[in-house]
Write a protein that binds this ligand. Sequence first.
Ligand code: ARG
Length: 459
Amino acid sequence: MAQLWGGRFTKETDQLVYNFNASISFDRRLYAQDIKGSIAHVMMLARQGILTEEEEEQILGGLQGILNDVQSGKLEITEEYEDIHSFVEAALISRIGDAGKKLHTGRSRNDQVALDMKLYIRDEIEALDTLIQELLLAVLAVMKENVDTYMPGFTHLQKAQPITLSHHMGAYFEMFKRDHERLRDIYRRMNTCPLGSGALAGTTYPLDRMYTAKLLGFDGPALNSMDGVSDRDYLIELLSALSMVMMHLSRFSEEVILWNSNEYQFVEIDDAYSTGSSIMPQKKNPDIAELVRGKTGRVYGALQALLTTMKGIPLAYNKDMQEDKEWVFDAVDTVKGCIALFTGMLKTMEFRKDRMEESAKQGFTNATDAADYLVNHGVAFRDAHGIVGQLVLLCIEKGMSMNDLPLSEYQAVCPVFEEDIYEAVSLKTCVDKRITTGAPGRDAMCEMIAACQAYMDAY
Ligand code: ARG
């Protein structure tokens, strides 16, 4: 047990209490951020004349040495310290002596930990954003290659109208695009520096908070010291944004699992991204997609947990807030892993264009277009709907599709039909006639792909 705060105590902390209270087992991952924050703090203290230049030099040298040694594995972060802040300070004092004892001047672990988490989250947002960029590029590649790959579009998991694979992928592009924007938005809003908030009420030293904020790449200092130490909104926002990423990945995974099934065979997941069964030799399972779908619950759980932890906390810092870390770390790790794995799976997946097109031809996906044909020949839509409904029934009885039904049968139900009905209900026509913005028609889709490409160019 090595603590920073022994002075006021007459008894040793109970070992179980110590263990319960300690956070070093998980906040050790913040060591680089903790040192970076200390470096900025010390530079500011020296600039303000609170530390001498010599002290500054000694402390900065010491901190840099600790950073290098932890990174190279020469210095091990041991669990005899309560948290990462105590560890760094103790290591500094043991290396440089008395000057090290001045590091914590004008600072509390409360503003320190708030800073560390913000620095960490900023880095992780960048990393997540790069992963989302790769995912978007993979989705866009499938879009570009499949402008003419026809497939059924579904509602209620029933075949509805023909679309293209390009169009279907375009929906996911929009989802992940919004995820990217949400992350940028969180970054922008959270980018204020807690340092200088002290324990809760600022400090009596003439700190230059603007300077530290600038050194650390923040837009400015947090404007209320009590909020500065106890704001965890950005973590909740992040968990919410990550939950949304997982929801999107999970829906996509569900479709991959369905499409990869023996019944659909719309896609074949690459061997490198599939797993086998220990008993059934024929099996090739979509475990990666299933795990991504499954891990969604874990990330939602983190969001619920932190929302609940924060709901009853009076101002300002309370130890409850230490509970933010494990949830956030786990969620960040999980989402990063899921995006990377999913992207790899998508890039190597084979799309069975023949199966998709065959499926689109079945199931009357062109029924709406047959009704539209009648509307274009002067029949009111509601009447046209009824007429085509009768034709569908007829086709089902005869085991035929609308493309094969003889013209005489069409005309027996409604004399408006002519030979050109076959052209009107062909897959190509059904898709290419849908040219409004956002629709699957070739022209609209090509425009959309160009817009997506421009978005990626400016990413
Ligand atoms: N481990 C603590 C946390 O994560 C650091 C802040 C401790 N502050 C305190 N006053 N006990 O929140």
